[in-house]
Design a protein around this ligand. Structure first.
Ligand SMILES: N[C@@H](CCC(=O)N[C@@H](CS)C(=O)NCC(=O)O)C(=O)O
Length: 224
């Protein structure tokens, strides 16, 4: 059976778990990373020599890098659907997957660390404002793109919506000011209708470090 190694609250693991559930693949979640450890074992070295999560094992085959895993699962199990057959549509889906990592992820994860993962009395407002403005600039690019399409690669949901959809959930659920982004909000509302997104992305992640840690430990029942 497919093994997914990681923590269900980890930003790079969430897209992989979400993908497996979109595709209705049976899998075993192997809790690893953070307080679950296991990344230093000899066994894990063979799965991911970077000693990071996520990674998967599919029979004898191991793979790491979250976006690559999403592409692998979609191309193997969803050719012509989540993995578009049309070259241009696939390239656009790919483009937004990369963009999610190179442009959108950083300001949002920095905002997440500066709020949820920092005690309220230690929060640095200048830092929060810096990343809030960066996120606004970056999301304006997506806002314009979504003015003429329902999903990032056209009329249907594809792998291109996955890493970005996970970033969007964090952006819309941290306690910061956000500008009106009507096209992104409509796209996000469509994501929120998807059962796999509801279950594996739309997780309450707390508002401070204690709440976050308690939720992460509580998710141990999901793994082995
Ligand atoms: N580019 C990698 C980044 C992987 C990464 O940074 N993973 C973090 C968690 S999000 C990690 O393994 N941290 C160590 C830990 O969680 O113990 C990917 O997308 O898979």
């Amino acid at each position: 059976m497919l093994e997914i190694w990681g923590r269900p609250y980890s930003s790079n693991v969430i897209p992989v778990i979400w993908t497996a559930n979109e595709l209705q693949l049976p899998y075993q979640l192997k809790l690893a990373g953070g307080s679950f450890g296991k990344l230093d074992t000899d066994d894990y070295l063979h799965i991911n020599p970077n000693r990071m999560i996520p990674a998967i094992r599919d029979g004898d085959f191991s793979l790491w890098e979250s976006h690559t895993i999403v592409r692998y699962l979609c191309s193997k199990y969803s050719m012509g659907d989540l993995y578009p057959e049309n070259f241009e549509q696939r390239a656009v889906a790919d483009q937004w997957m990369e963009w999610s990592g190179t442009r959108a992820f950083t300001p949002v994860i920095q905002l997440f660390f500066a709020t949820v993962r920092t005690e309220p009395h230690n929060r640095d407002l200048d830092n929060i404002n810096k990343y809030r403005k960066e996120a606004e600039q970056v999301f304006t690019i997506l806002e314009n793109h979504l003015s003429t399409r329902k999903w990032v690669a056209g009329d249907s949901f594809t792998m291109g919506d996955i890493p970005l959809g996970a970033v969007a959930y964090r952006y819309f659920n941290i306690e910061i000011e956000r500008p009106a982004l009507p096209n992104i909000e409509s796209w996000y509302a469509r994501l929120c209708e998807r059962p796999a997104y509801q279950k594996h992305v739309m997780r309450f992640f707390g508002t401070n470090p204690q709440e976050w840690q308690a939720l992460e430990v509580a998710c141990a029942v999901e793994g082995d």
